[in-house]
Structure formats: C-alpha cells, structure tokens
Design a protein around this ligand. Sequence first.
Ligand SMILES: [Zn+2]
Length: 184
Amino acid sequence: MKKGSEQIIEIKEKILNIIYPPICGICGKLNENFLCNKCKKHLETKAKFDIDKYKDKFFKQHLYIFEYQGMIRKVILDYKFNDKSYLYKTIVNFFIKNEKFFKILKSYDTIIPAPINKKRNKKRGYNQSYLLAKEIAKHTGVTLENNCLYKTKNIIEQSKLNKEERQKNIVGVYKLMHRRKIEQ
Ligand SMILES: [Zn+2]
C-alpha cells in the first residue's frame, strides 16, 4: 500500500493536471510530455552525457548531463525553490531518452533518493530527489528504496557552497537504515 505522503503527491498532481494542464518545463507551452520538441532539441545542443569513473569501493561512477549554468541552472533552481515540482518530469523525460544512460540506470538493482530534512520537506512540499528517483524507477523498472537513508543533521545548503566546501559539509550527514534491504 502506498504511504500517505505518496498518495497526497499523486492526488495533488492529478488536481494540478486538471487546473493547470501539462506544460513544457522550459518554455511553458502546453505539452503532455512536459518537454516540447523545440526545447528538447535546444537541450540536446547543451547536453554532455558524460561519465566520471572512480576507483572508490562505494562510489564508482558519476553520470552527468549538463553544466550547472544558464538555462539549466534556472530550471534546477525553479525545481528546487520555486514550487515547480512538475519539472522532474521534464528532467527525467530528457534524461532517460539517452540510450547510454538508460542502459546504465537499468543495470542497477536499487535507486535511493537523497533525503531532505523534515523542515525543508514541509516548506517545499516535496523532496526533489525522491520525485526524480521515482520517475526514473518507473521507466527503468529498478527498485526504488525511499527509507534506507536518513539525514542526521541540518547543514548549510550545498548550493551555497563551492565544491570543496560541499565535500566537507556532507561528511557524516547521511546514515544507513534497513541495511538488509540493500545488502546481498
Ligand atoms: Zn518547450
């Protein structure tokens, strides 16, 4: 059975679809895929679809599509801070159409969204990472585990820090729960 919070999000989406029909997350024109062809083509000119590989036991690869600047930065800030929760559909729609990335995502057993603290979740009304993970899981068939990680403390927002500060800021912030769910 779905949790209350998930049901609320789904009901909220259905109501919003009636009041506000689906639009392209970039240009705002009506579009049932949340991304029109014109904007999709524009995004393709900016996309990198690169992979960084690491030798770390727990962190082996980092997939990334865009550089955090210009229009992309605006979309991400709108998604996180301007109550445009529907943008997860625009982002994932573009993301999973890349064959290379789609194949990599499908090869994983589990997808775990990064948790946010309760206060921020309440203020924003959604966990941006969870919505993205849920949509990716829906398209790839990978199992979504939403209760494996929890945040032990509030930290300075990562978006306000540079790369080195972000790395320091995040140490010891997440704890693993329900270890058995993801151990093999
Ligand atoms: Zn558009």
